[in-house]
Ligand binder design. Structure first.
Ligand code: NAD
Ligand code: TYD
Length: 355
């Protein structure tokens, strides 16, 4: 038995691979293109582990996919590979279309051909799990009910539109071709190994570097934060027991306004690594121009996965965030290593200040 994971060198995929191999001896073949967001340092602990086979490559490469599927005969494919940052999708959506839409299509076709070649139990038990986002549902007002699986798709950013397109392809390959698929739509993740272009790691990184902490607009946009290890346990639950063709929303029951998140991070940093001048990191908070088309609120109704599969998050926001800040303080070298030239160019372009 083997699992094929795509995008397993990124933030969530690498957590999934590490957790999987910590709990099971089932080998993982990890296909990742190693874009700016993919980092083998996230998998350093598995470097000498024969159960982990890393392959650098693109989910949009049909020949590579066909070869890997036929060679390793996985009993499931878990697709994390994507371009994932909203702000980058606003600056340019080409890579998002290529990977999130065309890449998903190529993966579906390769998996369909492979699944078609399987017989008996192997065919019956095979699964393709597609990892997606709550951003496909659009934006909520303060009084709207949280997103349920039945909500209409109303993607607003180029990123969300490409993820919505990929979800629709996955759905169609199930309905038309009978492909045994599962889709998960998760809220914002945070935790160790999170690339410091996203809010939480960016704020920790900037705070410690003495740089401004950029808050878009009024900072009252709400996200439903989930610790990355909880997302991975939810994916394992859906892979093990999810009903074919169904989608499962995954969330932390944990809505917070961005400004509150940043103040909480500053308080944690003030306690764990106080500034040498005795001032709070909160003095570095700076309000900047809002993101175009910025979604106001995301919130997940996670009752379906709880009722059907008994999954609930293990971490609270307080425990998860404290663990995360501790990890960044203990892993300054990791941050240093990922803040490469290309990343510095991005920060300069986005925030107009040299890092
Ligand atoms: P990430 O950007 O950290 O990692 C993406 C990984 O995919 C990287 O390792 C990258 O090298 C790889 N990749 C990109 N294009 C590829 C391609 N064409 N072929 C093979 N590999 C490729 O993203 P993440 O935060 O780990 O997100 C993983 C998945 O979870 C994505 O599908 C994302 O849409 C979804 N998701 C993320 C969040 C979140 O808060 N980060 C929330 C819900 C859903
Ligand atoms: P982000 O981490 O980019 O995730 P997403 O856009 O997928 O929700 O952003 C989380 C929230 O934080 C979002 O409302 C945008 C906001 N934000 C800032 O205010 N400042 C920043 O520098 C960044 C990166 C995000």
């Amino acid at each position: 038995m083997t699992l094929l994971v795509t995008g397993g060198a990124g933030f969530i995929g690498s957590c999934f691979v590490r957790d999987w191999l910590a709990q099971s001896d089932e080998p993982v073949v990890n296909l990742d293109k190693l874009t700016y967001a993919g980092n083998l340092a996230n998998l350093a602990g598995l470097a000498a582990d024969a159960r982990h086979v890393f392959v650098q490559g693109d989910i949009g490469d049909p020949t590579l996919l066909a070869g890997l599927l036929s060679q390793h005969q996985p009993r499931a494919v878990v697709n994390f590979a994507a371009e994932s940052h909203v702000d980058r999708s606003i600056h340019g959506a080409d890579d998002f279309i290529q990977t999130n839409v065309v890449g998903t299509f190529r993966l579906l076709e390769a998996v369909r051909a492979y699944w078609g070649s399987l017989q008996g139990d192997a065919r019956q038990h095979f699964r393709l799990l597609h990892v997606s986002t709550d951003e496909v549902y659009g934006s909520l007002s303060a009084s709207d009910a949280a997103f349920a699986e039945t909500n209409r798709y109303e993607p607003n950013s180029p990123y969300a539109a490409t993820k919505a397109a990929s979800d629709h392809l996955v759905r169609a390959w199930h309905h038309t071709h009978g492909l045994p698929v599962l889709t998960t739509n998760c809220s914002n993740n945070y935790g160790p190994y999170h690339f410091p272009e996203k809010l939480i790691p960016l704020v920790i990184h900037h705070a410690l570097a003495g740089k401004p902490l950029p808050i878009y607009g009024d900072g009252q946009q709400v996200r439903d934060w989930l610790y990355v290890g909880d997302h991975c346990s939810a994916i394992r639950a859906v892979l093990a027991g999810g009903r074919l063709g169904e989608t499962y929303n995954i969330g932390g029951w944990n809505e917070k306004a961005n400004l509150e998140v940043v103040h909480t991070l500053c308080r944690l940093l003030d306690a764990m690594q106080p500034r040498s001048d005795g001032q709070s990191y909160a003095t570095q908070i700076t309000f900047v121009t809002d993101r175009p088309g910025h979604d106001r609120r995301y919130a997940i109704d996670a009752r379906k996965i709880e009722q059907e599969l008994g999954w609930r998050p293990a971490e609270t926001f307080e425990t998860g965030l404290a663990k995360t800040v501790r990890w960044y303080l203990d892993n300054a070298q990791w941050v240093q290593d990922v803040t490469s030239g290309a990343y510095r160019d991005w920060v300069g372009q986005q925030y107009g200040n040299p890092p």
